[in-house]
Design a protein around this ligand. Structure first.
Ligand SMILES: Nc1ncnc2c1ncn2[C@@H]1O[C@H](COP(=O)(O)OP(=O)(O)O)[C@@H](O)[C@H]1O
Ligand SMILES: [Mg+2]
Length: 318
């Protein structure tokens, strides 16, 4: 099976006053049809940068993004339109991603009018259909975003994404701005729609527990680089990279009997302006040795279909 979307050694370095900032380095992922891939890492690790590169809101400084095998920069006008229809985003904050002056019908219509050849009546029918699919009603089409709660706004954003009948939905922390009480509802809407419409999802989050609920496969990013990837059930029950272990420990309730190796990440995240040499995680890693301070570990593939970039793991423990 071919990937809908893939990234190949993708990188983005920002020029800043403090010098080059490596927001994302050497990231290669595949989004397969009907597959749900999670990308997890702490705030600032490059998740939104990855999303923006995929959405062509930003351009890579290294590597490339491909749609069905073709680099985005080589897409024809028609292919670009197909891409914008096939890959639909849901952003973190529906307060800023929905134009407050437009009624819901207009909000959902706009990408359809731009990226499809549907007639006016077909578009209206689609608007009603997707509003119902996300648990709203056709009557809501005539209202303004301000008339909705945060959770309902995020449903509108999901309806807008769904309206183009995408193959892949890009979800950038879609529940982080929501009250805890409605997060589960939104996640349930997303999983139901995914099954019903046969969507692939790329779900980006700082929260491993949410990613575990939503995804088949997980990629863990630290300071812009992939440190581990593998099947979600393995990453979340038997993580191997010390950083993944720490992230997992942070999602579990404090258990006095838990093994001492599982501690939430301690200390500050280093500045991406001055990433530590060797393994970038060594400044926070309880297992760091001399080699970790000087040699960057390569990701080594394993039998489970994953890979880990850690000297300790790849040398079979110290
Ligand atoms: N336009 C930009 N200019 C300079 N630095 C940026 C820009 N956008 C993001 N960054 C930096 O890139 C890093 C990754 O940011 P981001 O992708 O937003 O992380 P995340 O979404 O995981 O929190 C951060 O250090 C952030 O400050
Ligand atoms: Mg972000």
């Amino acid at each position: 099976m071919n990937a809908i979307l893939s990234t190949h050694a993708l990188g983005r370095t920002f020029r800043t006053r403090g010098g080059p900032l490596h927001a994302l380095s050497d990231v290669s992922i595949d989004c397969m049809p009907r597959h749900s891939l999670g990308v997890v890492g702490e705030s600032g690790c490059g998740k939104t940068t990855l999303n923006r590169l995929i959405l062509m809101l930003d351009t890579p400084t290294e590597g490339e993004v491909r749609f069905k095998g073709k680099p985005l920069r080589m897409l024809s006008v028609a292919e670009r339109r197909a891409y914008r229809r096939a890959v639909q985003p849901v952003f973190q904050n529906p307060y800023s991603s929905l134009n407050p002056r437009l009624r819901v019908r207009r909000i959902i219509r706009e990408p359809l009018a731009a990226n499809t050849d549907l007639s006016g009546p077909q578009i209206d029918a689609r608007v009603d259909e997707v509003l119902e699919a996300v648990g709203l009603t056709a009557r809501d089409a005539n209202r303004l975003p301000a008339e909705f709660s945060g959770g309902q706004r995020q449903r509108i954003a999901i309806a807008r994404a769904l309206a183009s009948k995408p193959e892949l939905m890009l979800l950038d922390e879609p529940v982080s701005s929501q009250d805890i009480s409605i997060r589960a509802q939104i996640l349930n809407v997303l999983t139901e729609l995914r099954d019903e419409y046969g969507l692939a999802t790329l779900f980006v989050s700082h929260d491993l527990a949410t990613v575990r609920f939503m995804c088949d496969e997980v990629v863990v990013i630290y300071l812009g680089r992939i440190v581990e990837h593998g099947p979600a059930n393995l990453i979340c029950t038997a993580p191997r990279h010390p950083y993944t272990q720490a992230l997992l420990a942070a999602t579990l309730p404090a258990d006095p009997d838990a093994p001492a190796m599982a501690v939430p990440p301690e200390g500050e995240i280093p500045s991406p302006l001055a990433p530590p040499p060797g393994c970038a995680y060594h400044t926070r890693c309880p297992f760091a040795r001399e080699i970790c301070r000087s040699v960057r570990p390569r990701a080594e593939a394993d039998e489970a279909g994953g890979a880990v970039a850690c000297h300790m793991v790849n040398q079979g423990g110290w």
